[in-house]
Design a protein around this ligand. Structure first.
Ligand code: ATR
Length: 279
């Protein structure tokens, strides 16, 4: 019998997850299909009830429902509980189990290009939901020093306080981070600044960046944000957000199918959808 999967969000039209997963279902000979389901914030509960009626096998959760889904779950894995957000739900034997593959997807994509992360002094720019997932996941993995800069210092402080894993963290203003930039081996940009169409914006000045620093942006449209262009000009190694997107999807696929999929195939598929953007 065909298994039903979904990605839920508001808006949902832009989601690339169905094309990515449907291609994998076909590639691995699985009788399964993923659909986009638009669930509005104010109709969340009735939308979730419809998913139950569909006899769904699993679903991805995107903005703005990653926290709202939690009360509807039977189980929550410890990392997603700490992060307080779920992007992947496995529906098995009548139970809904929540996971967060965003942070882990980010880490997996990072490790592929930058294996020495544990010993590397790291700076996270931003303190929103995406920063939270990445910060907690890196701390859980064992990265020892992760500093945070953010426009609103209180939000960065709150993030530090909420982290349940041992890690050394200094909170600072962006201007202070700009001065200290040369101390970092890894810089992670987690805000929406620089995302299309505001491609000329950058959250931080890169003039003090060290040659050879790894600079990673979770944005993938454009494929090279202003911060990545500035970093490249200073001799940095750069990574955009495509790896994070691919690996969060690969980890969700693994949770649903118990197969870790071909991420190179996924990359080609995502790049084709993005209209030939390089990464
Ligand atoms: P997400 O869940 O996608 O991470 P979010 O929770 O809205 O989104 O967080 C957005 C992050 O981008 C925050 O760190 C935010 O800074 P504040 O905490 O000060 O709001 C940052 N951000 C967004 N727009 C910004 C801007 N124009 N200048 C500086 N920081 C900005």
């Amino acid at each position: 019998m065909r298994k039903n999967y979904a990605v839920i969000g508001d808006p949902i039209q832009h989601s690339m997850s169905p094309v990515m997963h449907n291609d994998l279902f076909q590639f691995y000979g699985l009788d399964a299909e993923m659909k986009k389901i638009h669930i509005k914030k104010e109709q969340f509960e009735s939308g979730i009830n419809k998913l139950r009626e569909m006899n769904i096998s699993g679903f991805n959760v995107t903005v703005p429902h990653k926290q709202a889904i939690i009360p509807f779950l039977d189980e929550l894995d410890p990392l997603s509980k700490a992060i307080g957000a779920v992007n992947t739900v496995v529906c098995e034997d009548g139970k809904w189990i929540g996971y967060n593959t965003d942070g882990e997807g980010y880490l997996k994509g990072l490790l592929k290009q930058f294996p020495d992360v544990k010993q590397t002094r790291t700076l996270i720019i931003g303190s929103g939901g995406a920063a939270r997932g990445i910060y907690f996941t890196l701390a859980h993995y064992g990265v020892q020093q992760i500093d945070i800069c953010n426009r609103t210092l209180s939000k960065a402080e709150a993030l530090k306080e909420a982290c349940p894993y041992p890690v050394n963290t200094t909170i600072m203003e962006t201007t202070q981070a700009e001065k200290k930039l040369g101390e970092y081996g890894l810089v992670i940009q987690t805000t929406s600044i620089g995302m299309s169409p505001n491609i000329d914006a950058s959250p931080i000045q890169m003039s003090n960046l060290m040659d050879g620093t790894f600079v990673s942006d979770i944005i993938y449209n454009p494929s090279e944000t202003k911060i990545l262009m500035d970093a490249k000009a200073k001799g940095a190694i750069i990574q955009n957000g495509i790896d994070m997107f691919i690996y969060q999807g690969a980890l969700a696929f693994e949770k649903w199918q118990r197969i870790f999929p071909d991420t190179e195939r996924m990359r080609q598929n995502v790049l084709a959808q993005l209209g030939g953007l390089s990464c």
